[in-house]
Design a protein around this ligand. Structure first.
Ligand SMILES: C[S@@+](CC[C@H](N)C(=O)[O-])C[C@H]1O[C@@H](n2cnc3c(N)ncnc32)[C@H](O)[C@@H]1O
Length: 261
């Protein structure tokens, strides 16, 4: 009897990751494009960039494709997403390096193994950090960036409490988008993607679970529903010595924040 291998390929798994993320963020590619354009305008064509909370490297991939002389260091703490990225994004040779590190642990800066960098980018990742950890992270990013270098953070940054109607419009837009993607179009949502990935990468899925339990013990459990507001990001960046802090792209509460070192 012939058995059919139904294991998804690395590139299939990366494509479904991108589709899943775009289900929550229908303008995700537009957001990436805005960040890629801003990088070139800020630091030219040849630069070193850190991608924080890189996941399987979707943003690094787009940056390296747009700038053939750039190099990226992609940092994440998730063993499954790192394995996926390493295996799906081959072909960049030493232009793409992966670092397995938790951004809440101060040792991550020494693990990246670079001196000063030209740019730091991040998408849909820093909202996982509690405000105290975010303040500390921006301080460290400020120390790693060369003067004139830039931070670009693309993420959902809720409106401040006085802007309840704005926030309601943002929440309703997300509800419509997720219904369209996951219910109507049948794209795997977060839960379903992790179940597919866990079937394909069982060892990494178990390691991921172990690490999460250890991290919860060390840092306390995360409140995944309470995202850090735009105001808190701006205050944290100001305290870390950044200037020209402002939004360069926006779709309701989904924004790209640019800050100059
Ligand atoms: C929703 S994913 C986004 C991944 C990728 N940036 C993208 O846009 O596709 C959030 C990522 O942040 C990473 N992350 C969250 N907290 C982290 C931490 N404390 N240290 C390192 N990575 C973290 C997760 O492991 C995950 O890969």
């Amino acid at each position: 009897m012939t058995t059919v291998d139904t294991t998804p390929s690395w590139t299939d798994l990366l494509s479904t990751w991108d589709a899943q993320q775009a289900g929550y963020l229908p303008r995700r590619e537009e957001r990436f494009a805005a960040m890629v354009r801003a990088l070139g305008a800020a630091v030219g064509d040849r630069f070193t960039v850190l991608d924080l909370g890189c996941g399987p490297g979707s943003l690094s991939q787009r940056v390296l494709d747009a700038y053939p002389e750039a190099t990226a260091v992609a940092v994440d703490a998730d063993p499954l997403l790192l394995r996926l990225g390493r295996n799906a994004l081959t072909g960049y040779d030493d232009r793409l390096r992966w670092v397995d590190a938790d951004l809440r642990d101060p040792s991550w800066t020494s693990l990246v193994g670079v001196g000063r960098v030209d740019a730091v980018v991040s998408t849909t990742a820093l909202h996982w950090l509690e405000p105290g950890a975010l303040f500390a992270l921006y301080q460290r990013v400020g120390q790693l960036l060369r003067p004139g270098g830039v931070l670009l953070n693309g993420d959902n940054m809720p409106y401040d409490p006085g802007q309840a109607l704005h926030q309601r419009l943002a929440d309703e837009a997300t509800k419509r988008a997720t219904h369209e993607a996951f219910t109507v179009a049948g794209v795997p949502d977060w839960e379903r993607w992790w179940s597919l990935a866990g079937d394909a990468l069982a060892g990494e899925a178990r390691e991921r679970q172990r690490r999460r339990e250890r991290a919860d013990e060390r840092y306390g459990p995360r409140d995944g529903d309470r995202l850090t507001s735009l105001g808190t990001h701006v205050t944290a960046l100001t305290e870390a010595g950044f200037r020209e802090i402002g939004t360069i792209w926006q779709d309701l509460d989904d924004r790209v924040l640019l800050a100059v070192r």
